[in-house]
Design a protein around this ligand. Sequence first.
Ligand code: PHE
Length: 475
Amino acid sequence: PGDFSLTGRAAAKVLILGAGVTGLACAYELGKAGYDCTVIEARDRVGGRCLTLRGGDRFTEIGDEQQVVRFGEGGYFNAGPARIAQWMVTMDYCRELGVPVEVFINDNAQAYVYTRGMKAPIRAAAYRADMYGYLSELLAKATNAGALNRRLTRADRQVLLDFLAEFGDLDRRTYDYGGSDRRGYATPPGVQPGKMLGPVPSVSEVLGYDLPRALTKTASQEQAAPMFQMVGGMDGLVRAFAERIGEDRILTRTKVTRIDTLPDRVDVTCEGPDGTVVHTADYCIATLPPHLIARIPGNLGAPVVSALTAAQPTPAGKIAIEYDRRWWELEDKIFGGSTETDLDITRIWYPSYGFFGERGILIGYYTIGSAKDTFTPLPHRERHRRALTQGKKIHGEKYRTGVLSSASVAWTRQPYIEGAWATFTDPGVLATLRRPAGRVYFAGDWLTNLNAWIAGSLESARTVVTDLHRRVLSQ
Ligand code: PHE
């Protein structure tokens, strides 16, 4: 119910460039409507950025040595997308294709926050309790001092004060914030009452932490908890797509070297295991990263090429570190979620799967955007070393103990991808690329308002196959 499908069948031949989520979704949807699709992929596997790494996998980044992934049985690393919001179309495809999902713990007040303004890491719960407490105290006192008399009626002021007392856990008479059990316990409640974690820092100390994202990270609709992940790795969906499409229709290790759109057909020249082959079809959907399509010779035309060239690839990267025991669960009592920090690792993610297992894989950094991206330029060995040094500042010596192996990905250095996602500053450029160049259509998350989400790829795929199908049926 509610699943997407094209109305009416057609048999046109379509070449799809790129076997990432967009390309696979296009082939899947067109295939359901009778089209004859071939997917061309330069890498040796399908999925593109939707990459899950497991023991035995090998890959090489541009300018680095080969990495051999050594994770144990059942362990995996979602190097690209790792979380799904409930309202995203990704959930519909998981249901339609029978890909099981489970909760991804995006928010965990039990995880830490650590900034240079702190003597030691604190639990996110403590930061939140203290920040809400002091904000409430300040606002309540400003209200009582008459600062809001012109904005609010007396009745509204009373409602506000009552709300703030509750929101900040304030003293009901003085509106002072004097700490709260919400910070956590020094001694947890049991037979005896719990003892509040102290001492309570001053307002100025709390303001000095200066890491608002630790408190707002799940405020947006895109990041709102609970989020979900595919059981066993986020490549579950691309595997399901590939199975439905048929492996024989997907040509891996095949690089596009030329695109020519002609009055009656499209010619795509490829270098693959069988040498140079010119594939001919009625239409083409190019789902490669825009800045890479821009470099492919052909006749897309100067305005289109200049629009594609305007794409700005964003760097992002992660390292996955496998430990011989799940010390974050055993000692820190952290089950999933993330520690946010102003160190260059930005955050540490604890796994949302495999609880109580023997080994565990955590994400030692996840950097987004260009600011402070110290990891992208480093070879894997150095990323590993630096991640452990930084993580030790939060977790102590155990962070460097019992490390079994690691793997890291810097998306701007992934061959045939060269970016975590691409952005455009000029919306007019996107309008150009949302139209076909002759018989060549463009698709990808970069054409949507869900950039850097699987859902963006899926929405774009639906849009482009709808456009193409309408054109085919009208001819
Ligand atoms: N979708 C990615 C993530 O959830 C990248 C992203 C981060 C996109 C934050 C938007 C906002 O990590």
